[in-house]
Ligand binder design. Structure first.
Ligand SMILES: *Cc1c(COP(=O)(O)O)cnc(C)c1O
Length: 484
């Protein structure tokens, strides 16, 4: 026990010391520098005590980590973590519960089940709902689509095992090209045809067009194929678009197609005091992906798949006499999970809800969505920048483009700009393409980031932009009076 307390205490002290001195999201060290530091460690020559190893790790890892809690880290869908969840991490890692069977977890299993019920109620599912915690949205999407596949094959084959291979080749998933890449990956893992994901047209703003979806389902069926699932995204990774869930849900119900809603990003709307209506209709889904480690401000990993009809979860049940016999008298979560040994990640959400409460978390997500609206306004007012459509959630796409810079140069400049920013470490933004052009992206998930921080980031971008144009363009066309 003494060893434990001293180890945790030392780790917390090392972290505290680093956090107090961190001034920017990244040190700016280069890959060769970091590679050499890691390679130089002789893994067969242990230091002999935790304190020494901790100092080494602090230099290697903490000094060069990407700090998501720094307000100028505005790149990917990473959040600063809710502090109560960190207390939970201390407990769950030390006790080392595995929520696969009841006899390895007891109240941990019961706590996880309460949280699944709680989430299902927030979604608007009825009493029969169920689900399980997963490692992330990627696994949740795979899980939801696996259930959809089994339901579809069962219907298509009448349960005749021989017909399975034939049925598998006919299954189609309907989703927009804005859906997450794990949808296509899942299709491959699930043994579906190479062209199994059928793209559904969007309405021009990136949202699925329900009329196009209806036509796509009809086309699939007219070709003798099977519409296995529709994937609607509640918060696309790039634009934060929310597919219109009401009409899509109604259509899926009418046509008898499994609806999977990928709310990995937008799940925070479930607890938003002002924007819950944006995902009205989510209760029509058959399965929903929820990434608590995105908009619920939980440490990685913390995610779930939640289904409207709990009985569908039996599709992943496999029983072993040594672990979870069919006749077990206790609830065994492994019966519903793709994993076996599994972390008690649910405790983090539990601690957070019990100390801060859902409203406070929801207000934090609201804050970053409000900030995105302000950021969009700032960019629209700045002649050096071009900005894409107004945000739905908390991403804002923009380009540094002084009026005199042509489109092709701008496309060449954006990835260079992003690279230069990362190399300095004072701010980190994301990059993407939209309409065939390169854009920069703010992904806002830090409630402590303010418009002043964003103004600073824009100044850093402007500065770096001028520098690159000056240095790298063959015939620099920076006018002498350019607004630096
Ligand atoms: C992040 C994301 C995922 C993947 O989730 P992971 O937790 O990173 O595995 C899936 N779908 C959407 C829309 C996402 O934004």
């Amino acid at each position: 026990m003494d060893g434990y307390l001293s180890g945790v205490g030392q780790a917390a002290a090392a972290l505290g010391e680093r956090i107090r001195s961190v001034r920017q999201p990244f040190s700016g060290a280069t890959l060769p520098q970091l590679q050499a530091m890691v390679n130089d460690i002789d893994l067969d020559a242990p230091l002999g005590d935790t304190a020494a190893a901790l100092r080494e790790v602090a230099d290697l890892y903490l000094d060069h980590a990407i700090w998501f809690h720094e307000p100028t880290y505005v790149a990917h869908l990473n959040c600063p973590v809710a502090l109560p969840a960190l207390s939970a991490e201390v407990l769950l890692a030390a006790v080392n519960s595995s929520v696969d069977t009841y006899d390895q977890s007891t109240t941990a299993t019961l706590i996880e089940r309460r949280l699944i019920d709680w989430t299902a109620a927030r979604i608007g599912f009825g009493a029969g709902a169920d689900g399980v915690f997963t490692s992330g949205g990627t696994q949740s999407n795979l899980h939801g689509l696996l259930l959809a596949r089994e339901e579809a094959i069962d219907t298509a084959t009448d349960g005749i095992a021989d017909a399975r291979t034939e049925a598998l080749a006919k299954l189609r998933i309907l989703a927009t090209t804005e859906s997450h890449f794990s949808v296509g990956k899942s299709a491959g893992l699930l043994g579906l045809a190479a062209d199994a994901v059928v793209p559904v047209a969007t309405d021009g703003t990136g949202r699925m067009d329900p009329a196009a979806l209806a036509r796509a389902i009809d086309d699939v069926r007219a070709s003798g194929l099977v519409a296995m699932a529709v994937v609607a995204t509640a918060g696309t990774t790039d634009l934060g678009c929310i597919d219109p869930l009401e009409p899509i849900g109604e259509l899926c119900t009418r046509r008898g197609v499994w609806l999977h809603v990928d709310a990995a990003y937008g799940c925070g709307l479930l607890i938003s005091p002002t924007r819950r209506h944006l995902i009205d209709g989510i209760e029509r889904a058959d399965s929903v992906t929820v990434d608590y480690h995105k908009s619920f401000f939980q440490p990685v990993s913390c995610s779930a798949i939640v289904v409207r009809r709990g009985a569908t979860m039996r599709r992943v049940s496999v029983h072993a006499d040594y672990l979870n016999p069919k006749t077990a008298a206790f609830p065994n979560q492994v019966d519903k999970s793709l994993q076996t040994t599994r972390r008690f990640d649910a405790l983090k959400l539990w601690m957070t809800l019990r100390s801060m409460g859902a409203d406070e978390l929801g207000r934090m997500f609201d804050a970053v969505m409000d900030l995105a609206v302000e950021a969009h306004g700032m960019l629209a007012d700045d002649p050096d920048f071009e900005v894409a459509a107004a945000p739905t959630l908390s991403t804002v796409l923009f380009r540094y483009r002084p009026e005199w810079l042509d489109a092709a140069s701008c496309d060449r400049l954006m990835p260079m700009l992003r690279g230069r920013l990362f190399a300095r470490g004072a701010a980190i933004v994301a990059g993407t393409t939209l309409g065939g052009h390169h854009w920069l992206k703010f992904t806002l998930l830090n409630p402590n980031t303010t418009t002043a921080h964003l103004a600073l980031v824009l100044d850093l971008i402007r500065e770096a932009g001028i520098e690159i144009l000056d240095a790298e363009w063959d015939h620099p066309e920076v006018p002498a009076d350019a607004n630096v």
